[in-house]
Design a protein around this ligand. Structure first.
Ligand code: KG4
Ligand code: ZN
Length: 359
């Protein structure tokens, strides 16, 4: 077990970090080991998605989310330890998502993490959910190297960042209203698709014509790296109303046109960020990073510019415990943070990524 609060030295030896994610509608638990390989490695992880439960309501119901996290988190922890073939006593640090996210849902993960820490006499560490997404490509077989430009596209956030190292994040641009994930989800809802709409809209778009409808590309020529997607959603709504009873027949075309508009904005702004920084590496993270059109267009454009693009593994694009354990491992290894045995936890439903202590 690492000595508590003793600086960076203990973190160079082997350390097993349990990560707990409960910020929204997935309960994720994972075990990551650091100190034995150049980059910390994933030992085991388990996930329970609440999507089916929330689908009936067309979106996440916070109270139901919290209650379900309570039911799932300890059985998932047992599953992870079982899969890893280790006992609870071999956990060195318990990491949990401290924010941003739904307050009640975050409190479940934080409470369980601190209770586990106290029972096992192990320190705990609160992790920023978006830093988890940002560092999730380090869990892949071909991890990136610093520095890089990051495109963070989740359900609640759309940001371009200059990343010089762990904790060294500068926001280059972000959305001034809806996130890209929200644009996918809200447009999908207008088309009568289930929650969360992103993957459903992408699937429907496969059979549609992306040029069938002329939809706006907001802020494409704004000269900065900010995004805006609220207007696009309104344009989709107007188009859906115009189609009226033809909507069903033209749904695939509308989905394809919507996806093309969102992807084009994300692509152009990412390329502009690469130009502005002169960097030759792009990391894409967050749920929308699973989108196949976005991946293929980024791959093609970056290939032409000799820019390497890194993604998390597909199953680690959306929320999971592995990214939380990984972010904790990397912050501890970089000496940016010390796990604490005070167990007086709080959560931060709103929390800016560039407010984190950096190197
Ligand atoms: O990162 P994430 O799991 O949760 C947040 O932290 O918000 O991202 C969820 C978002 C949702 O908006 C979902 O619709 C979107 O990611 N998403 C996709 C795809 N898979 C997930 N959007 C477009 N295409 C996909 N294949
Ligand atoms: Zn997320």
């Amino acid at each position: 077990m690492p000595r508590l609060g003793a600086g960076t030295a203990p973190y160079t030896s082997r350390m097993r970090i349990l990560g707990i994610e409960s910020s929204c509608d997935e309960t994720g638990v994972a075990l990551v080991e650091s100190g034995t390989t150049a980059v910390p490695r994933l030992v085991a992880h388990a996930l329970h998605s609440q999507i089916a439960m929330h689908q009936a309501y067309g979106g996440v119901v916070p109270e139901l989310a919290s209650r379900d996290h309570i039911r799932r988190v300890l059985p998932l922890t047992e599953q992870v330890l079982g899969d890893a073939g280790v006992g609870r006593e071999s956990i060195d640090v318990v990491a949990y998502t401290r924010g941003p996210g739904l307050a009640g849902a975050l409190l479940v993960g934080a409470g369980v993490a601190c209770a586990l820490g106290a029972a096992l006499e192990r320190p705990v560490l609160g992790v920023h959910h978006l830093e988890g997404h940002l560092l999730s490509p380090f869990l892949s077989a071909d991890p990136p190297e610093f520095p890089f430009v990051a495109l963070l596209v989740s359900g609640g956030h759309t940001q371009l960042m200059r990343v010089e190292g762990v904790g060294r994040y500068e926001i280059l641009g972000e959305t001034i209203d809806d996130a890209a994930g929200e644009a996918f989800d809200k447009s999908a809802k207008l088309m009568g698709l289930p929650y969360p709409g992103g993957p459903w809209l992408a699937k429907l778009a496969e059979g549609g014509d992306p040029e069938a409808f002329k939809l706006p590309r907001p802020l494409l020529h704004s000269g900065d790296l900010d995004f805006s997607f609220a207007g696009l959603k309104t344009a989709v709504l107007t188009q859906a109303k115009k189609l009226a009873d033809q909507l069903e027949a033209r749904k695939a075309d509308l989905a394809a046109s919507t996806q093309a508009a969102i992807v084009e904005v994300l692509l152009r702004k990412s390329l502009a960020a690469l130009d502005e920084t002169g960097m030759k590496r792009l990391v894409v993270a967050g749920g929308v990073g699973a989108n196949r059109l976005l991946r293929s267009q980024l791959d093609a454009a970056c290939g032409r510019r000799r820019v390497r693009v890194h993604y998390p593994e597909l199953h680690l694009c959306t929320d999971n415990g592995a990214m939380i354990a990984m972010a904790a491992a990397m912050r501890l290894q970089a000496g940016l943070e010390q796990a604490s045995a005070r167990y007086a936890f709080d959560v931060r439903p709103r929390w800016a990524l560039d407010a984190l202590p950096g190197a």
